[in-house]
Write a protein that binds this ligand. Structure first.
Ligand code: MN
Length: 498
């Protein structure tokens, strides 16, 4: 300390020396950070210089440097004693976090926020995450125990040292008494295959596009993202471009559910993603630069120490929207209420894989496949004429098992296949009655109906027009995997359909 030249500054000599390291790391005119001049600094206000200070001001900066961290700064002897905490102050007692003791900062720094330019020390955005007053409970060379009175940081924290390594714990109960630690693993909820809900029920459902990618759940805490596959494997290293999601969320703690997709011409392309799924971390880093993925986040399962699993879908989506996730490689895709058929039509138009219907009042059941989520992948529909039916067996013994379908063309009614699924009990009953009334002896189809498709069929007059959803046309002009959607009483069977 001898020869210290702090004599003419507002800081007492000892403090001026304490800021030497701070000054030596920063270049005047290059950084917007406060650089109190040794000769004319405003210095510490009187009354903040007592060594046995009962406390003082504190500030926590969120520092988006090369690696995100939070700088906790405590006023002490006229300077800000500083710790860089990579994951921020813990919320729950028992969580021990690394805290790196850094150089003392001048008191002026308590008011600083701004962007430190590229190339300068600590380059990146620095914002004030919280500030307030604190009380000192203990301050020794290897233990600093303080009670923070901030807006966000409240309660007792202990910084303690083992060797040169500092760590910090919270020693009070969580400031939010209802908060609980987030689970380490969550399994995704799954959908059953099905069809659009009936139009009169549509208002109880939301519709989302089905994205052709890899299901992934994200656990974000302390600004760090961990990604898990559907089976619970840690796949974080496979998608390094998603790490920035942690920086965007900051200290907000969440579990998210979504789909990782590779977009090609604006559309998810599973083949474009294919090379990534099994890539080594090193290869993944190369691919991330060349063909980055997009994480489409569609659900929120935990938020800041609270489970969202028992909240209805609608409310979870609202909370998710409020997070405002929108980054270079992640976003929240839209969901629609009401007109499911329009969403299906849009999905077909954009050549997407399908549509998910989710009940607005449904809770999230991890790892379960339930009827509250329905995936609809039969995006095509056709109008068909019923030309016959086959008796059912088992549960359907009293009624028909399938309907034989045709589409009128220039030669008459052309057989296009049969449909045996998609009927409600009511539909089975009322269709059976209608079919009985129009039964006839001979086939209404032009040409033969393949025998293996129709054993002992009952023929009917071609008077009933219905709609089916199906996956695709086969090469021989048949419907692949059709599902009954209902009668089209507004259509004339003579009209060529679709
Ligand atoms: Mn920092």
């Amino acid at each position: 300390m001898a020869g210290d030249s702090g004599t003419a500054t507002g800081y007492p000599p000892r403090m001026a020396a304490r800021l030497d390291e701070y000054r030596s790391k920063r270049r005047p005119g290059r950084t917007p950070e406060p650089l109190p001049d040794r000769a004319e600094s405003s210095g510490a206000p009187p009354g903040h210089e007592r060594h046995d200070s009962p406390g003082g001001a504190f500030v926590v900066h969120e520092h988006h440097a090369r690696s995100l961290h939070w700088d906790v700064r405590l006023e002490r002897d006229g300077v800000l004693v500083s710790f860089a905490v990579p994951k921020g102050l813990p919320e729950e007692p028992g969580t021990v976090r690394l805290a790196v003791h850094t150089e003392d900062h001048p008191m002026e720094y308590a008011d600083f926020s701004g962007r430190i330019p590229e190339g300068e020390y600590g380059a990146g955005e620095m914002t004030i995450w919280d500030r307030g007053r604190y009380e000192t409970r203990k301050w020794s060379d290897d233990e600093i125990s303080v009670v923070l009175h901030g807006e966000r940081a409240r309660g007792r924290y202990v910084f303690f040292r083992g060797g040169s390594r500092w760590q910090v714990i919270r020693s009070d109960p969580p400031s939010d008494p209802g908060a609980a630690p987030m689970p380490e693993v969550v399994r995704p909820m799954l959908a059953v295959a099905g069809t659009l809900p009936a139009p009169e029920e549509e208002r109880a459902w939301a519709f989302e596009f089905k994205w052709d990618g890899v299901r992934a759940l994200a656990r974000v805490e302390g600004g760090r993202v961990r990604l898990f596959s559907r089976r619970g494997d840690d796949i974080t290293a496979t998608y390094p471009e998603l790490a920035g999601l942690g920086a965007e969320l900051g200290t907000t703690r969440v579990w998210l559910d979504g789909e990782i997709v590779a977009l090609r011409d604006g559309r998810p392309s599973f083949s474009a993603l294919g090379g990534r799924v099994h890539a080594s971390p090193r290869r993944a880093t190369q691919l991330a630069a060349r063909q980055p993925v997009t994480y489409l986040v569609f659900d929120l399962l935990y938020l800041d120490g609270h489970s969202c699993l028992d909240l209805p879908y609608e409310q979870r989506r609202r909370l998710l929207d409020k997070l405002g996730l929108d980054g270079p490689h992640w976003r929240v895709p839209p969901h629609y209420t009401g007109d499911g058929a329009a969403v299906v039509a849009a999905a077909a138009e954009q050549e997407l894989e399908g549509v998910l219907a989710k009940r607005l009042d449904s809770v999230y059941r991890p790892g379960e496949r339930g009827t509250a989520w329905v995936k609809i992948t039969d995006l095509r529909t056709a109008e068909v004429v019923v030309g016959g039916w086959q008796p059912g067996t088992g549960r359907r013994a009293g009624t028909f098992g399938s309907l034989l379908l045709g589409i009128p063309d220039e030669d008459g009614l052309r057989y296009v296949g049969r449909v045996g699924t998609g009927f409600t009990d009511d539909a089975l009953r009322s269709l059976r009655t209608k079919l009985n009334r129009i039964e006839r002896r001979t086939s209404p189809f032009a040409g033969a109906v393949p025998r293996d498709r129709a054993h002992a069929p009952h023929w009917v007059s071609p008077k009933l027009v219905g709609e089916v959803a199906f996956k695709a046309w086969t090469n021989d002009g048949r419907l692949r995997a059709p599902t009954w959607r209902g009668l089209r009483t507004d259509r004339d069977p003579g009209e060529p359909a679709s």
